[in-house]
Design a protein around this ligand. Sequence first.
Ligand code: NAG
Ligand code: NAG
Ligand code: NAG
Ligand code: ZN
Length: 682
Amino acid sequence: MSKITRMLRLTRSAIFLLGIRIYNTDSAKMSMWSHLILGTLLLVSTSWSQPLVLDEAAAITYLEEYDRLAADMSYQYAEAAWKYETNITEETLANMTEWSLKRSDFNYREAKNASRFDLSKINNQNISRLLRKVMDIGTAAFPDTVKLEKISDLEGEMTSIYSRARGCLNTTTCLPLEPDLVDIIANSRNYAELTAAWKGWRDASGRNIKKLYPEYVSLLNEAITFEGKYKDMGDYYRSSYESPTFENDVKALFLELAPLYENLHAYVRRRLKEHYGADKFPSTGHIPAHILGNMWAQDWTNIYDLVAPYPDKRTVDITKALIDQNYTIIRMYKVAEDFFSSIGLYKMPHLFWEKSLLVKPVNREVVCHASAWDFSNKRDFRIKQCTALTEEHLLTVHHEMGHIIYYLAYKDLPYLYREGANPGFHEGMADIVTLSFQTPEHMKKIGLLDAIPGQNDTEGDINFLFRMALSKAAFLPFGYLVDQWRWSVFRGETKPERYNEKWWDLRCDFQGIYPPVERSNADFDPGAKYHIPGGTPYISYFVSFVAQFQWHKALCKVANIAGPLHRCDIYSNTIAGARLNDMLKMGSSRPWGEAMLKITSGTSGQTDKLSVAPLLEYFDPLIKWLQENNKKYNEILGWDKKNCPNFLSPHILSGSPRVQNITFILTMMSALFSIAISIIEN
Ligand SMILES: *[C@@H]1O[C@H](CO)[C@@H](O)[C@H](O)[C@H]1NC(C)=O
Ligand SMILES: *[C@@H]1O[C@H](CO)[C@@H](O)[C@H](O)[C@H]1NC(C)=O
Ligand SMILES: *[C@@H]1O[C@H](CO)[C@@H](O)[C@H](O)[C@H]1NC(C)=O
Ligand SMILES: [Zn+2]
């Protein structure tokens, strides 16, 4: 949900190709022009390709000027993107596209300018790191302006389809994702109704995005490979982690987490069978994807009441407490702000309260997906969230405000360092406070809970940990697989005619869930998840879920808070806050391993790497409980990884009567064609 990664790495081309067209419509043109002319005068004696040997002083002067202009450009773009996302119209879309192109042009031009500094002559590592960042412009290095514009159009069109989509439950009732369909999936316990909401959403969103995605992929790949620096767009996304072993590293972490997930899965499956009937559960061991309380089965907190380990124990109902206590939306934000300021971090600046969009407007279309925005001018930071009075939203408020805190911590760094140490760090920071916030200790402190499980209350403790696992542990395979899908697509391993098949291979294999209705390659279920049409990398969430437990442990140790990790609340502990801030203030000025070390140093979890040990330590009492429980009921852990019930592969489909439209026929034809090709090749 971090905006920074999205603040587009979009593209565009040479100023000398486009000349006046770019700058003739905006008010900032004079400063842009004067800079361009100055830059041209300064460097006029060289051709584009010959590096000038310039000294460090010249580089420092250049970077200072760059900083000012880049921050200004980023501000302009963010305003345009904000206008679009809070008011989706043809005009606002066109305006955003225009600014994204201007920004790309700017990036392109500055990358060329920076390339004239001979990095081998620059000893100061900070200066060469900054220059490298100026030059790392992703797809913007691509000179074909028409294609770059097309990428931007496609992304705008896809997010627009996603945001306007209305999922139909029947022929008369069609509802938006937020809040209606999300609510049904969260709260309905009616199998047929859940199925309708699940299918309706995918028919309205993913299916309509399907036809746009292949071109988007091939254009991004074409643009990113142009310079010869990256193999494909996935390779570029992964480069944010500055590690050649990143892909294998996350895979190893994922495998270490599998036993936790499989135990949780087996237990939840048994309990859901009791409710929905064993006939809904195939012999392969998969769980229907739509009965886990979340549209993507990525967070299972909403079915807590169905599966609680000790249902007779009074369950915590924060949503009810919020309503009973007449909470307002603003108060939810004030509570989050209070947490951060209690540990010595920042208050929200006044522009935050003035300009954020905190409730869904009634008279216009908006992108409701919650996000936190940095306008790059050191004072304008906003949240956009269609906030509702629920526990889930209260946590999201803390999450988005965590992003803002990170923005505030590094706001005085050079523009290019105003990012997370890696993209996962931003998401981790967004979540870390929620680990303290959700403890019964903290809930009692702020009056949302009247009693906490005592030290001898194992049942209460397990209920609490289990509820945490429904969000933090249930998420892990999904967090891992979204980019497995996307990387495979960008690598060309998964072709358009098999997009949905690959998606379900991964969902069935890693999450152990299966589609409740027949799916085929005529559907495009990845498109029904915001981050795919939105072009937002996803592995950062997986990294964040691992890292946040490392940090939580480190902060609890630094602050000397006794007791188990899952009951530690850092509220009002300024020592913990200061340690956290030390890391946040680094932004991306150093490789992320150093930032990891900064926060963990001197604790038993000291490391400069990702580690799942703190996450497993946090859940240890629950893991033991789940293992015992699964044994008691003779549950077989896991599922048939080779089988994905309800997914119709192309050759089965060819005899089916479900041929409905031309898209489907075309998909069929291309699928058959590719089968024919592979037969010939073999
Ligand atoms: C939404 O954008 C349109 C331009 O497309 C503009 O006329 C309208 O005033 C905007 N609405 C709001 C509430 O900003
Ligand atoms: C490198 O340059 C920065 C300015 O960008 C300066 O603050 C820093 O002291 C320099 N470091 C060294 C080792 O000269
Ligand atoms: C917990 O239980 C043990 C014995 O089972 C008892 O000695 C101890 O006092 C109890 N502690 C609390 C806080 O109730
Ligand atoms: Zn986020």
